[in-house]
Design a binder for this molecule. Sequence first.
Ligand SMILES: Nc1nc2c(c(=O)[nH]1)N[C@H]1C(S)=C(S)[C@@H](COP(=O)(O)O)O[C@H]1N2
Ligand SMILES: [Mo]
Length: 335
Amino acid sequence: MWLKFKRDWEEPESAVTPEALFKQRRNIIKGFGVAGAASLLPATGQAASWFGGDDEEPAAIVRRALNKTDIPPLHNDALTPEAKAISHNNFYEFGTAKDDPVKNSRQFNPNPWSFTIDGLVEKPLTLDLDDVMAKMALEQRIYRLRCVEAWSMVIPWVGFSLSDLLKQVKPLSSARYVAFETLYDPEQMPGQKSRFVGGGINYPYVEGLRLDEAMNPLSFMAVGMYGKTLPAQNGAPLRLVLPWKYGFKSIKSIVRIRFTDVEPPTTWNILSPHEYGFYANVNPKVDHPRWSQASERRIDDAGLLGRKRIDTEMFNGYGEQVAHLYKNMDLTRYF
Ligand SMILES: Nc1nc2c(c(=O)[nH]1)N[C@H]1C(S)=C(S)[C@@H](COP(=O)(O)O)O[C@H]1N2
Ligand SMILES: [Mo]
């Protein structure tokens, strides 16, 4: 698997590549996606570095982003206590109970991590996450997270705008959707080894967005939360955060991003198509076949999980930012 590629490849490269070419290539990669340079970049399987001379630890990079944001909090919500956000999780790769992910991910090692961006793009890339973190403008975003199971949290994420990443690979004009894939590694993820532990999902977990949804300024790639790098159970080291959609769209531990011209298959839709649609926009007027979506239990600091029941808002309260994406669509049909 490519997870091991960086270490194996970095040294041989500097050893066998003539120095001038090596330097030139590093400069080109620094420019990240500069036209003409792309042909020198490896396709898939090798981690492309774009060193900015920044050797900071990921934890320090995340901390430094805390007082920066392009999008200030859009609501006056109290944060969910960190202890709850990192212990009440859905991450079926580690088991289906809410406390399984924290218990079963202790051995999970997300370092080093690389991920691929390919499909309908000018040049596919495999990127090393440490380099991406050093290069991207990291910021903190406070977002609501509304699970389709009718509980919700308010979480301070640290990361970067998804569009800033996607723009770099120059999608082809034929690209209309973006597909995402979680790591497949049954040795580290017990839910992938056993259908009983993993809830009957056919792994790897996959998700998708229409291109205009992916490019919306709210679409966010998180590498941290509460001022720290992401814990394994919350999707280390890199996960999507889409605050106007049900939580299952916010796919964790991403290893591949692929541009396509057809709507990509998505895990929960495959599992139960009449209950979980491709769009999965938070919508208090479209109930889940087995329960109401009109209200939700906000997990706050009251009691063990928080007892406050509040009304669910259309698009989870982000309508001003995203409603235009769906203006001619019947959202009862495209749920
Ligand atoms: N790979 C993967 N991503 C996933 C899930 C999962 O089981 N596997 N669960 C989803 C669901 S249902 C929710 S509500 C959120 C939960 O994120 P959190 O545990 O960080 O609160 O992650 C989403 N991303
Ligand atoms: Mo969820």
